[in-house]
Design a protein around this ligand. Structure first.
Ligand code: GDP
Ligand code: MG
Length: 162
């Protein structure tokens, strides 16, 4: 079984950076998978023998009109399509009201999700994570997508059930 992993979170938290790190080929599988459309960005990745699909999304700001509204809708559809959601937050910016909105949505969705604190390079990861326990959706996992730190360990956890 090919697990589908959605990356959701506010704009600028590092979703696309993580997407690029997790995938080799992009958009290659869209034609093969019924129900997937080109409105979101799909990629394929592999950890040892386990392949997976990743969905990148535009982001959710919590205050959507116009194009932002469309982006947020795509993110919600990505959550529906996914087996696993990686909820990415910015460890430098700290907790944001939009993060709480997304956390509430994920809680209601019942989707298997991980709370991923990005941009923990060059800062104390424990301090960066402290804020995010308050979201009440599980233990934050520190990574630095642009450096790759924590990404392998995260993916081992995420893919362990598959
Ligand atoms: P997205 O809008 O969520 O897709 O975010 P992007 O992947 O486009 O990244 C937004 C900005 O954050 C870019 O300038 C990235 O280089 C930067 N960024 C992403 N990951 C990291 C990280 O781990 N550490 C740092 N310091 N910057 C990062
Ligand atoms: Mg992006």
């Amino acid at each position: 079984m090919l697990p589908v992993i959605a990356l959701v979170g506010r704009p600028n938290v590092g979703k696309s950076t993580l997407f690029n790190r997790l995938t080799r080929s992009r958009d290659a599988l869209v034609a093969d998978l019924p129900g997937l459309t080109r409105d979101r960005k799909y990629g394929e990745g592999r950890l040892e023998e386990q392949s997976y699909i990743v969905i990148d999304t535009g982001g959710i700001t919590g205050d959507e009109t116009g194009i932002d509204h469309a982006m947020a809708q795509q993110s919600l559809i990505a959550v529906e399509e996914a087996d696993i959601v990686l909820f990415i937050v910015d460890g430098r910016a700290g907790l944001n009201p939009a993060d709480e909105m997304i956390a509430n949505h994920l809680r209601r969705s019942g989707k298997h999700h991980y709370l991923v604190v990005n941009k923990t390079d060059g800062i104390d990861p424990d301090v960066a994570m402290a804020d995010f326990y308050r979201l009440g959706i599980g233990n934050p996992i520190p990574i630095a997508a642009s450096h790759g730190r924590g990404v392998l360990s995260l993916m081992e956890d995420v893919l362990a059930p598959y």
